[in-house]
Design a protein around this ligand. Structure first.
Ligand code: SF4
Length: 343
C-alpha cells in the first residue's frame, strides 16, 4: 500500500525536529505553520520566506494535498461531509451551527472495532486508523467550504479515538496550537467507550481537553449487552478510574447516555445511574436515540426522557438533554458510516 505522508501530520514540535534533521533551521516550523494554518496556502510554491532547496526537499517527502470531498449534505444548520481518503476509503464529518459557534464532529478511524450494538458507525469493523493529517484536514476543508472558522471540535465521529491514541494526541497539538488552527483546549472534546489504560494516559496529557465517556447503561449486565468493551473494562474498574481521572485533572467529565426504549430508560435505570455517578464531578448528557433501518432499537419517547431527566435532577445530578441535529441526513449521533455505498 502507498504510504502517503502529509505536511499536515506534523505538530510544531515534530516539524522543528524535522527541519533540524534535514540540516535546516528550527524556526522554519513556525513560518511553515503560518503558511499552512494562517495563510492556508494550497501549494508549496506560494511559500516565499523559506529557501527553495528546503521547500523542494519537503515537497519531495510530504504532500500538501487536501482530502477529496465527495459529497456534502445540508439540512438547515447541519452539514454532513463525505471524504475520500488516499486509499479509496471513506469517512464522514459533521458540522453543526450552534448559538455559541460552529462545532465539528470528526472521525478518527475507518470503521470501528468496539461493536456497540446501537451504533451504525461500528457496523463496519476497523479497516485502519486515520493518520493525524486526515483528522486535521477534516477541519481545514470544512472551514474552507463554509468560509468561516470552526470554534469547537468533538472527536465523536466514526471510530474509537483512544484506539488511535498517538495520532489523536498529535491532532490535538496541531488544532490547539495558537500558531496552528488555534482552537482552545476547553473547546475540544474527545469521547471514548472506556478504554482504561488510555484514560490513564490521557489524564497525564498536559492539555485541558474535555473527556466524554459513552456510558449508556447503569450496570454491568446491561452494559455488557450493549457495549462489548465492558467485558474488558467493566464498570467496577471504569468508575474508579474515572474518579481518579477527575481527582488528578480537576476536570469535569461528561457521561453520554443514549436513551433506548425499554432497554435503559426505565425509572429503576435512572435510580441506578444516580448511584453509579454519585460523587463524581460530571454531567450526564441524555441523547434521544436516532433509529436506523439496520438496528432494531427504538427511541424513548419524550415523556419518558423527561421522567428520566427529572429523577437525575431531583438527585442533584447535572443533566442535559442533547439538542437533536441532523437526523434527516443521517448525520446524528451514531449514524455516521465509513462506506460510501451505504451513505
Ligand atoms: S459508539 Fe463509538 S466506539 Fe462504539 S461502535 Fe460506535 S464509533 Fe465505535
Amino acid at each position: 500500500m502507498i504510504i502517503v505522508k502529509s505536511i499536515y501530520g506534523f505538530s510544531r514540535e515534530k516539524l522543528e525536529k524535522y527541519f533540524l534533521s534535514i540540516g535546516s533551521k528550527k524556526y522554519h516550523a513556525l513560518q511553515l505553520f503560518d503558511w499552512l494554518y494562517v495563510k492556508r496556502i494550497k501549494d508549496y510554491s506560494e511559500i516565499t520566506n523559506i529557501k527553495k532547496e528546503v521547500i523542494e526537499k519537503i515537497s519531495s517527502e510530504y504532500s500538501i494535498s487536501p482530502l477529496k470531498i465527495v459529497e456534502v449534505q445540508r439540512d438547515k444548520d447541519v452539514y454532513k461531509y463525505l471524504f475520500e481518503l488516499y486509499d479509496g476509503e471513506h469517512i464522514e464529518a459533521v458540522l453543526m451551527m450552534h448559538d455559541y459557534g460552529k462545532s465539528i464532529c470528526v472521525s478518527s478511524q475507518v470503521g470501528c472495532n468496539m461493536g456497540c450494538k446501537f451504533c451504525e458507525s461500528g457496523r463496519r469493523k476497523k479497516v485502519r486508523n486515520l493518520e493525524t493529517y486526515e483528522m486535521v484536514l477534516q477541519i481545514l476543508m470544512v472551514e474552507e467550504d463554509i468560509k468561516s472558522r470552526i470554534s469547537h471540535v468533538v472527536v465523536m465521529g466514526i471510530g474509537e479515538p483512544f484506539d488511535n491514541y498517538d495520532n489523536l494526541v498529535d491532532f490535538f497539538k496541531i488544532i490547539n496550537d495558537q500558531k496552528g488552527i488555534n482552537i482552545g483546549s476547553r473547546h475540544i472534546t474527545v469521547s471514548t467507550c472506556g478504554i482504561i489504560p488510555k484514560i490513564e494516559e490521557f489524564s497525564n496529557l498536559d492539555m485541558q481537553i474535555n473527556l466524554a465517556i459513552s456510558l449508556h447503561a447503569p450496570n454491568n449486565k446491561l452494559r455488557d449487552e450493549l457495549m462489548p468493551i465492558n467485558k474488558v473494562y467493566p464498570l467496577d474498574k471504569l468508575i474508579p478510574c474515572l474518579k481518579e481521572y477527575v481527582k488528578k485533572t480537576n476536570r469535569r467529565l461528561t457521561f453520554e447516555y443514549i436513551m433506548l426504549k425499554d432497554i435503559n430508560d426505565r425509572e429503576e435505570d435512572a435510580k441506578e445511574l444516580v448511584k453509579l455517578v454519585r460523587g463524581i464531578n460530571c454531567y450526564i448528557n441524555l441523547i434521544p436515540y436516532n433509529e436506523t433501518n439496520n438496528i432494531g432499537y427504538k427511541r424513548t419517547n419524550t415523556v419518558q426522557i423527561m421522567r428520566f431527566y427529572d429523577i437525575l435532577k431531583k438527585n442533584n445530578i447535572n443533566v442535559t438533554i442533547r439538542r437533536e441535529f441532523g437526523g434527516n441526513i443521517s448525520a446524528a449521533c451514531g449514524q455516521l458510516r465509513s462506506k460510501k455505498e451505504e451513505v
